[in-house]
Design a protein around this ligand. Structure first.
Ligand code: MN
Length: 321
């Protein structure tokens, strides 16, 4: 339920300046929801800063307002900070340094692992995306949605639902997407900009990654590895999580698909987990200090790459039926 207190805080006259941020590894939903929220607040006459640790990834730079995203350079003043798509406050990375403990903090998120860290928390684990939640804010606050807002929200919903195929996709998700489309969105054009803009190098790299495909004995856990050398040669791979993990998850009988990226050799591995339904991917990530959703989760683990692979695979194997 959308808290009335949250609406009051967004409307309140004396709240003139808002700081908005979203999680690191900026992607469609984080960016779409924060840009649409920024536009909504500007329609209410507020001054808004959108701050992120990461730069906007190339494939999202067509989103209206993405040019206004800034890195955090403090100290700065504001009245209210709103974090979207963040399960906990550390997810905003270095933007945390400019947060002020003497200012209100609002939390709008759909992760089941959300830590309800803010003064006002609006957490809807059944929402497909933070963008779906921000969509609701437009109606609740009586703000007319512009085409630019519809585009940002559509991209957020499309990317977080894996183009309307994940379990989080509800009838409501489709209804909202339908309404957003009525603003005259070019649905295939949007899809192509985000998912069909790969470089020849990336597709060649994908071929190498698929070559690392490995399975548990019962073939219910499948995993892929991206070496540090490959990441150096093609930095775009760091953002291509869904495109890569798709190949492991799409195999008949697989219940857990895992992607290991060797971020810093011998020191740090990014692990992405995808479930096909039976296993709770969030629970596996949480064991190592990460989180996410039942169907999709992630965690960054310190240690030697081969070691991390062994530990996470073992944990997943222990959970398949
Ligand atoms: Mn999201």
């Amino acid at each position: 339920m959308l808290p009335r207190k949250l609406l009051a805080e967004l409307r309140r006259k004396r709240n003139k300046t808002f700081l908005i941020s979203a999680h690191i590894h900026l992607e469609g939903d984080a960016l779409g929801s924060e840009l649409a929220l920024a536009s909504l607040l500007r329609s209410l006459g507020k001054k808004v800063m959108v701050l992120n640790e990461d730069r906007v990834p190339q494939e999202y730079r067509f989103l209206p307002g993405s040019g206004s995203v800034r890195p955090a350079r403090g100290p700065l003043d504001y009245d209210v900070a709103v974090l979207v798509d963040c399960s906990d406050v550390s997810r905003i990375g270095n933007v945390r340094k400019v947060l002020r403990s003497d200012r209100k903090l609002l939390n709008i998120d759909h992760h089941i692992s959300n830590e309800k860290f803010a003064d006002i928390n609006w957490v809807e684990p059944r929402a497909s995306s933070a963008s779906e939640m921000v969509y609701e804010l437009f109606g609740a606050l009586g703000v007319r949605m512009k085409k630019a807002d519809a585009l940002c929200l559509y991209v957020g919903i499309m990317t977080d639902t894996g183009s309307f195929k994940y379990k989080s996709t509800s009838a409501r998700t489709h209804r909202i997407a339908g309404e957003l489309c009525q603003h005259g969105l070019d649905v295939y054009g949007i899809y192509r900009r985000i998912y069909e803009s790969m470089s020849p190098l990336t597709v060649k790299s994908l071929a190498k990654i698929i070559g690392t495909l490995d399975f548990s004995k019962d073939k219910k856990v499948a995993w892929l590895k991206v070496s540090h050398a490959l990441l150096c040669k093609d930095p775009k791979l760091a953002e291509q999580t869904d495109d890569i993990i798709h190949f492991a998850r799409a195999i008949s009988g697989v219940e857990v698909a895992i992607l290991f990226k060797e971020i810093r050799p011998g020191r740090e591995t990014r692990v992405n987990l995808r479930s096909t339904g039976k296993v709770n991917a969030n629970a596996i990530a949480q064991i190592f200090g990460g989180g996410g959703h039942r169907m999709a989760s992630g965690v960054t683990i310190k240690g030697v790459f081969a070691d991390v692979v062994r530990r996470v695979v073992k944990e997943a194997v222990g959970r398949v039926s």
